[in-house]
Design a protein around this ligand. Structure first.
Ligand SMILES: Nc1nc2c(ncn2[C@@H]2O[C@H](COP(=O)(O)OP(=O)(O)OP(=O)(O)O)[C@@H](O)[C@H]2O)c(=O)[nH]1
Ligand SMILES: [Mg+2]
Ligand SMILES: [Zn+2]
Length: 296
């Protein structure tokens, strides 16, 4: 049975990119019966029904390695979190939540700082200082002036990358620039799916000429941190790791306890104060969530 990757699902049809071309498939009834919905990014096996018209039936979904809920995409390997350097002002609460969420789901985050053409002072430097210690890859871009794209496009190679972030930061503009030349080459996809006719409520993977897949998402402003235990929050801060386990108290929350190496590191500049402040904010939020869970 041939194998392929679901690019998009719409109205009960699934478009599967495969060595045989783009195949339009219906899913077998068993999926609906079991309440399983094939997602973009799913690796699947299918059977050909009409070779000429490239029609088939989606038979089986291979086990998912990762699963994002919003957007609903399977097997995402990379989350590109986009902020604008100045307008709109970076929402670092959202950024930090997205960084944590990516790691919870075993997806590698990268940070894209867009609109650097609007940096009139030292905003980029400030951002670099604030997030450099996380060790996450940071790309400084201007989608408008086509700056910073060679390296970024290389990062998409062999990955399934989802773009996320606030509204208006330039996600779609960046994606169009990255996909630009390859959008032509994937004309096969555009004709068949009639790109643009449907509003993008459903995620769609776009294939790049270097073999990577990318997906856009509409901007959003906030979401709840879930899927982690209160005491594990510290594990999602890469710059905390070298200090952990050296506090006086086991299970130190790094907030009010004495002899806390995390607090020391914040004072000594080993950890950025702003990142730490948001850690406290998230810690308290998770604590409240936990209390509410027990009350119910
Ligand atoms: N100055 C400047 N403007 C940019 C740049 N990139 C995008 N823009 C502009 O920013 C605005 C928003 O860009 P979009 O690509 O629509 O932003 P988005 O993140 O997709 O927004 P949503 O789809 O609402 O989430 C548009 O007017 C773009 O032209 C840039 O590098 N510099
Ligand atoms: Mg957009
Ligand atoms: Zn501590």
């Amino acid at each position: 049975m041939p194998l392929g990757v679901v690019i998009k699902g719409i109205g009960g049809f699934y478009y599967i990119k495969s060595p045989l071309g783009l195949i339009e498939c219906k899913a077998r009834g068993i999926f609906r019966k079991n309440d399983v919905i094939p997602l973009p990014g799913d690796k699947v096996s299918f059977s050909i029904v009409d070779e000429e018209k490239k029609l088939g039936v989606l038979d089986k979904i291979l086990p998912r390695e990762t699963e994002l809920v919003r957007p609903a995409v399977a097997n995402v390997t990379q989350l590109a979190i986009v902020v604008a350097i100045k307008s709109p002002q970076p929402d670092c609460v959202l950024l930090d939540k997205l960084l944590i969420t990516a790691r919870i789901k075993d997806i590698e985050p990268i940070i894209l700082v867009n609109k650097i053409d609007q940096d009139t002072g030292d905003e980029c430097k400030k951002f670099e200082k604030l997030y450099g210690k996380t060790g996450y890859k940071i790309f400084f871009l201007s989608a408008k002036q086509d700056m910073g794209f060679d390296q970024l496009t290389d990062m998409m190679k062999g990955q399934i990358t989802v773009f996320a972030g606030q509204s208006g930061v330039g996600k779609s503009t960046i994606l169009n620039r990255i996909a630009g030349s390859s959008l032509m080459k994937t004309g096969e996809v555009s004709n068949k799916i009639e790109r643009g006719k449907h509003t993008t409520r459903h995620a769609e993977l776009i294939e790049l000429s270097n073999g990577g897949f990318v997906a856009d998402t509409p901007g959003f402003s906030s979401f709840e941190l879930t899927g982690l235990e209160l005491n594990d929050l510290e594990l999602y801060y890469p710059e905390f790791q070298e200090y952990l386990n050296n506090c006086r108290f086991n299970g130190c929350s790094h907030i009010n306890e004495p002899d806390c190496v995390i607090k020391d590191a914040v004072l000594n500049g080993g950890i950025e104060n702003e990142r730490y402040e948001r850690y406290i904010q998230f810690y308290n939020l998770l604590k409240k969530q936990k209390a509410n869970r027990y009350r119910k």
